[in-house]
Design a protein around this ligand. Structure first.
Ligand code: ADP
Ligand code: MG
Length: 364
């Protein structure tokens, strides 16, 4: 695919903002499922799926975000709608850069804006992966970049006083990763990241429908089932939903009635993997901090924690109380945004120093 110098098509439908005093700083929660953009002094200005639709012949960007997501599974051969991140790390560098360029554009209606940027990254990413995020942000026009770890950002966004010498546990379930971290004194003491998130639950639902009902469904239908009748603990009453798909034997469109008990059973294995990450992290936590967590409970963040009955299941299996962030889908972006106030004290990488690396990367 060819990289366009401009990176993305100009989007005339974009909201227009007039930055009042100079260029504002931006914080971006670059998630596997959703990208959330926070502008200093204004708050959240965009929250869209991390999807880019590109022309596979010319490399031209057709759509980003909501519009591109609607194209997944529905594109002609020449257009591909892809998620440039997998399990929290960049799988397609060029497309990630194009996507960041679009989101920076959503924040400022000025082509020449070169904001300072805080990007949130999962705590489990390697140095090489961190470097890729930074290079993509610089390539997309940022002047300086700082990476903040997701559990820290989630805790700040949920209003936790992270600088206190008190152990707190954060569980963040995103689209392709779940992260458990214990933080104290503003840093991560123990953490664990598993490559299981909301998409693995969707996939498990698709598999179940194939095996038990001989029904083929698309990924968006699987997610819709999870949102409508998915649960991690018994419901009262249990729910039922009509699901349309293609019958594997007849090949014809078919509708079946699906029960919430079946969905719970279907997602049991990936849920277990997430629970194991929590208990393993608790086992590694120093005793005093574990005592703090027992008192304070576990903070839940990320869209995946909105699954019905998840708090109940976590409490049942760990014995810990849990609290759901006020806004699980945006608290990471809000926390990263609040960290903008301290930008000058954060270690950052800037365009000038690393421009050479960035262009090398792109030429490679
Ligand atoms: P990421 O940080 O990886 O972009 P998000 O925190 O935005 O992920 O969460 C996205 C995931 O949350 C998706 O897998 C989505 O299906 C899931 N999700 C969103 N709302 C709900 C809900 N009400 N119940 C269950 N899962 C949900
Ligand atoms: Mg996330």
């Amino acid at each position: 695919m060819r990289l366009h110098r401009d990176g993305s098509r100009r989007d005339t439908s974009r909201r227009h903002f007039a930055p009042s005093l100079g260029v504002h700083d931006i914080a971006i929660d670059l998630g596997t499922a959703n990208t959330v953009v926070f502008v200093g002094g204004r708050g959240i200005v965009a929250s869209e799926p991390s999807v880019v639709a590109t022309d596979s012949l010319t490399g031209e960007v057709h759509a980003v975000g909501v519009e591109a997501e609607r194209m997944i599974g529905r594109t002609p051969a020449t257009i591909s709608a892809t998620r440039p991140l997998r399990h929290g790390v960049i799988a397609d560098f060029v497309v990630t850069e194009q996507m960041l360029r679009y989101f920076i554009g959503r924040a400022f209606d000025r082509r020449w804006a070169h904001p300072r940027l805080i990007v949130c990254a999962p705590s489990g990413v390697t140095e090489v992966e961190k470097r890729a995020v930074e290079e993509a942000a610089l390539g997309a026009g940022a002047r300086r970049v700082h990476l903040i770890e997701e559990p820290i950002a989630a805790a700040i966004g949920a209003g936790v006083a992270i600088e206190e010498p008190v152990g707190r546990m954060v569980l963040d379930i995103g689209g392709g990763t779940s992260e458990v971290a214990v933080i104290s004194l503003g840093g991560i003491v123990v953490s664990r990241s598993v490559r299981v998130g909301g998409y693995e639950l969707d996939e498990a639902i698709s598999h179940y429908l194939r095996d038990a009902h001989q029904l083929a469904i698309g990924s968006q239908t699987a997610e819709a089932i999870k949102l409508r009748i998915g649960s991690a603990a018994p419901l009262a009453p249990e729910l039922t939903m009509g699901v349309r798909g293609r019958h594997l034997l007849s090949g014809l469109p078919t509708e079946i009635q699906l029960h919430s008990e079946e969905v719970r059973e279907a997602i049991r294995a990936p849920m277990e993997e997430i629970l194991r990450a929590i208990t393993a992290t608790l086992e590694e936590t120093p005793p005093d901090l574990a005592g703090d967590i027992a008192r304070e409970g576990i903070l839940l963040a990320g869209g995946g924690t909105l699954l019905r009955g998840l708090p109940t299941l976590v409490t049942k299996r760990t014995g810990m109380a849990v609290s759901l962030a006020d806004s699980p889908l945006t608290c990471v972006a809000i926390g990263s945004g609040l960290a903008l106030d301290h930008f000058d004290r954060l270690g950052t990488r800037s365009t000038a120093r690393h421009a050479k690396n960035a262009s090398n990367w792109r030429a490679a």
